[in-house]
Design a protein around this ligand. Structure first.
Ligand code: 5RP
Length: 217
């Protein structure tokens, strides 16, 4: 089965988890774009959406959904988003689309984070996918040096500015043996806004499409 078909399969499965009329947190990326395209099927259950990126906001509005700011609603009952890598502990690498900061803010303020991926994203150890780090521009070199000290190879994402006006360093070759510790360590560096490890607060549920079925972890 083609990867896009698996994305469709897993996006469709996520619809079942939205039970009552509620505010829905919506992530970013191609899997989520498919999910947004399906939301019409459960329109009556969606009071409003909190969006994790300008791109998702645009798509939600084009599909006639009300988009509200997180600060207007406080905690969100459910957040649906994709990931670039996931392990069996439901820890993730996110940020391939560069929306990691708003994604982490929404995840941290959601009762349930449902992560939707296809089976190509499942790994035994996180880190094959370069770890995205959102950095305040003036700290680019300082943070890059710290990443080299950690054994990584930081690469500036060319021609890219985040929705918050910052840069992304994609860090290759990091050995992520202890995801929680590395997430904390990188977060503590001056100039780092967010890193793409979602290990301190992993997903609550992982839906994985393998072409035949969608497995729930
Ligand atoms: C964006 C993300 C996405 O969830 C992640 O990149 C997965 O995207 P896709 O569904 O296109 O594979 O974290 O910042």
């Amino acid at each position: 089965m083609h990867q896009d078909d698996k994305k469709t399969q897993v996006a469709e499965c996520a619809l079942e988890f939205i039970e009552t009329r509620q505010v829905l947190g919506v992530g970013s990326g191609s899997t989520v774009n498919i999910f947004i395209g399906m939301l019409d099927k459960i329109r009556t259950k969606i009071e409003a959406c909190v969006s994790s990126s300008n791109a998702s906001t645009k798509l939600l509005k084009e599909n006639n959904f009300k988009v509200v700011d997180l600060k207007e609603v406080g905690k969100i009952p459910i957040y649906v988003d994709g990931a670039d890598e996931a392990n069996k502990s439901l820890q993730l690498i996110k940020g391939g689309g560069g929306a990691l900061t708003r994604e982490k803010i929404i995840s941290n303020n959601s009762e349930k984070f449902i992560c939707i991926i296809d089976d190509s994203k499942m790994v035994s150890q996180l880190g094959k996918f370069p770890l995205p780090i959102e950095v305040i521009p003036m700290a680019q070199s300082a943070v890059a040096l710290e990443m080299i000290k950690l054994g990584g190879r930081p690469v500036l994402r060319e021609n890219f500015t985040t929705d918050n006006g910052n840069i992304i360093l994609d860090v290759h070759n990091l050995k992520i043996n202890e995801p929680i510790e590395i997430e904390q360590e990188i977060n503590n560096l001056a100039g780092v806004v967010t890193n793409g490890l979602f290990a301190i607060k992993p997903a609550n549920k992982l839906l994985v499409a393998d072409g035949n079925s969608v497995k729930e972890l």
